[in-house]
Design a protein around this ligand. Structure first.
Ligand code: SF4
Length: 734
């Protein structure tokens, strides 16, 4: 790191931010790489790759098709997304192991074969396992999950990518990232009372909005960082994904050292102390944008519903509930997940539950607890917090994603029934938790979740309001308290890790040809070298089109390894601008209305390519490359939007699609959902716009629209060859 930074410093001759130090010290070629924030594409060499089980299937299937004997960069796979919350931890885990056997067998054998560390179901959520075992200050990690930035709590630049990016790094290709801008968040003061680290990101999300971090790394700094626990910093970085940030990072400090020591990595802490000077920003480093937050004045916040950037301080929340007519009764409170399941979170939450029980009352709403890892589960089981939660009325779920990703067999409300839930998770898009579009999901700190759960209503502010004890007397909840790290060390719990075996040759990878969950990939066709004339718009999507709308999670998660089957969910959540409905579009061949994947399949059958027209920040949300693979598989050529979320835009390029943006965003409004377009693909060149001719469906005069793109030379090759993987295979001569 130091050596590379000397080279880069000699060239740039200016102070560097910490985020820059991490990235530039991982450059493939620090001598010649062009470096301009927000402009150049950096070719980087990450230290590690991590995949969760839903995304790992496709990443490994892609890696296999490149024909290499083992991964070139240390890689781990984590089984966390496929476990449905139903009855509680043990039973749900046993059921998942049974239902997902085929997938787990594939992952376990392919990991063994290709030298990948495999964390079995029940081990915990990827980001918690990374923080506990692999994250280190100054490191660069890529992970096939959007909340990978969690490791920024240990001073690591950890970036969420699509599976295709992970495949590049697993195959020893440098990984490409547009040099991010750096947004500085300067923290002063100290948290106290009901305010928790989560409130820092809830507040920041309110300031920056879901688009505000796009193309930037958020770098926290200032004296206020010193008082935050390592896991609290992890929470803040984790939820930075909600503002579209490339990642978020904290400078190395003593709290990180303490955490490294507690997780048996003191030598890394000592080493980091030796190089501490490089593990923070240089004096005078400049940020592209600077935000200041005084922690001493920060109020607890609740964000939502339906979007994580609608931030309301607790003092104004009651009014907001009433004026917006959000359902006042709180149906369910959920704590834990990768965002907030640290020992500190669990201890503070348990302290509130204990306080309530000391007054003879328990949770009024349903209450669930998701430990982030087996280590956390075992430690809170040993130290008593788990017992507290159970006595309080809580249901302890498996160490897995569960309700956070829609893996929730929710029974207490009917589909379509408006209701409110509050969680300590990070994301609250419509339908994410329970597939009910009428569920109003709010996100906040675990502390407020527990407090609200006791009150059973959103009309409660624990800082000012009283509750009734078992005898009907008023009392106020005490402020939460809890230790950052367990006094008796962590209990590792059950051993849930499978290391790759010495003899990997003899391992055979399990994929059944008749499987409906796994499918060996066939390479996509290369571009035909022609402009696309008179092709239809499959759907003109209106408003938010997240990756959940493009490739829904929940019940579809089980098809993540089978491209053809999962393609049946393509864009079924996107709203058709023509009729304001989801999954109802006009078939340009028959004139009848049909489902989006159905119409796309019909067009594919007729050999007709198509485009999608989308709104702002198209593809925000997760890193899943299925959202790019599916339109490619069903015959899509281009996605044309007002703007893209970064990861999705790259994913589309990797799969040989054309992500294009209106040079003039108002042109979105000029295009009718049933118009036809000519797309001048032969004009694709670095830094040059592309022309599209629109033929209105009403027979009106054709008009031209200018489209922009961010393709560089290498990425244009991906388009020409049909995909990045085809390009890799071509280069490798396979
Ligand atoms: Fe799992 Fe939710 Fe965390 Fe994603 S955000 S890794 S779904 S717990």
């Amino acid at each position: 790191m130091k050596e590379n930074l000397e080279i880069v410093r000699g060239r740039l001759n200016r102070p560097l931010t910490y985020a820059e130090k991490i990235l530039y010290s991982h450059l493939d070629n620090p001598h010649e790489q062009e470096i301009e924030r927000g402009k150049s594409y950096l070719k980087l060499r990450p230290d590690r790759v991590a995949c969760q089980d839903a995304t790992a299937q496709m990443a490994i299937l892609q890696f296999m098709s490149a024909g290499m004997p083992s991964v070139a960069t240390p890689t781990t796979v984590h089984c966390d997304h496929l476990i449905e919350a139903q009855l509680g931890g043990e039973k749900d885990l046993a059921r998942a192991v049974d239902i997902n056997k085929e997938v787990y067998d594939f992952l376990s054998t392919s990991c063994a074969k290709y030298n990948i560390g495999f964390w079995k179901p029940g081990s915990g959520i990827i980001h918690q396992i990374i923080l506990e075992n692999y994250a280190f200050p100054g490191g660069l990690l890529i992970g096939t999950d959007s909340h990978t930035p969690n490791a920024g709590g240990l001073g690591m630049a950890a970036i969420g990518v699509g599976g295709a990016d992970a495949v590049d790094v697993m195959a020893n290709l440098p990984w490409e990232l547009k040099a991010p801008k750096v947004i500085g968040v300067r923290l002063t003061g100290k948290l106290s009372g009901w305010t928790a680290p989560k409130d820092i990101i809830l507040k920041t999300a309110g300031i920056l909005t879901v688009k505000g971090g796009t193309g930037a790394i958020v770098e926290y700094h200032g004296p206020g960082t010193e008082g935050l626990s390592c896991t609290g910093m992890g929470t803040i970085c984790n939820m930075g994904a909600e503002i579209g940030a490339t990642t978020s990072v904290f400078p190395f400090n003593d709290r990180m050292y303490d955490y490294l020591k507690a997780t048996k990595r003191q030598q890394i802490g000592d080493f980091a102390r030796e190089y501490a000077q490089e593990l923070k920003e240089d004096e005078g480093a400049e940020y592209d944008q600077l935000i200041e937050i005084n922690l001493s004045e920060l109020e607890p916040h609740i964000n939502g519903p339906f979007t994580p950037d609608l931030a309301t301080p607790i003092s104004k929340f009651k009014d907001a509930v009433q004026s917006n007519k959000w359902p006042e009764e709180l149906k369910v409170g959920l704590i834990g997940s990768c965002t907030n399941s640290s020992y500190e979170d669990m201890s503070r939450a348990a302290s509130i539950a204990e306080d309530a029980m000391s007054h003879g009352i328990k949770a009024k709403s349903m209450f669930t607890v998701t430990p982030g890892s087996e280590q956390i589960r075992a430690t809170i089981a040993r130290d008593g917090q788990m017992k507290t939660f159970e006595e309080f009325g809580g249901l302890v779920l498996a160490n897995a994603c569960g309700p956070c990703i829609g893996q929730w067999d929710r029974k207490d409300v009917k589909k379509g029934e408006p209701n409110s839930i509050i969680s300590s998770y990070n994301r609250n898009f419509t339908g994410r938790n329970d597939a009910n579009p009428a569920t109003h999901a709010f996100v906040t700190s675990p502390d407020l979740v527990v407090a609200m759960t006791i009150a059973g209503t959103l009309n409660f502010n624990p800082l000012t309001d009283t509750l009734k004890d078992k005898d009907g007397n008023d009392f106020k909840l005490k402020e939460p308290h809890g230790s950052g790290l367990p006094a008796n060390g962590f209990d590792p719990g059950q051993d849930t890790y499978q290391a790759p075996p010495k003899d990997r040759e003899s391992v055979s990878v399990a994929v059944s040809p008749s499987s409906d969950r796994l499918q060996i990939l066939k390479p996509f066709d290369p571009w035909d070298g022609k402009d696309a004339m008179g092709i239809p718009i499959l759907i003109k999507a209106q408003g938010k089109t997240t990756t959940d709308h493009i490739s829904m999670a929940g019940p579809w998660l089980k098809y993540r390894g089978h491209l053809d089957n999962i393609s049946n969910n393509m864009l079924i959540g996107a709203i058709n601008a023509e009729n304001g409905e989801a999954n109802k579009i006009k078939n340009p061949v028959t004139g009848e209305y049909g489902t989006v994947p159905g119409v796309a399949r019909d067009l594919k059958k007729h050999g007709t390519k198509w485009v999608v027209v989308g709104d702002w920040n198209y593809g925000e949300g997760s890193s899943r490359e299925h959202a790019a693979l599916e339109p490619r598989h069903l015959g899509g050529l281009a996605i044309i939007t007002r703007s893209f979320a970064r990861i999705h835009e790259t994913n589309l390029k990797k799969q040989g699609m054309l992500p294009l943006t209106f040079s003039n965003p108002e042109d979105y409004d000029k295009i009718g959902p049933n118009d036809k377009v000519d797309l001048m693909c032969t004009q694709l060149a670095v830094g040059k716009p592309m022309k599209m001719v629109v033929h209105p469906a009403d027979g009106g005069e054709a008009f031209e629209v200018e489209l922009s793109h961010t393709f560089n030379e290498g990425q244009i090759e991906w388009f020409k060859n049909g995909s990045a993987l085809n390009t890799m295979a071509k280069k490798a001569g396979t």
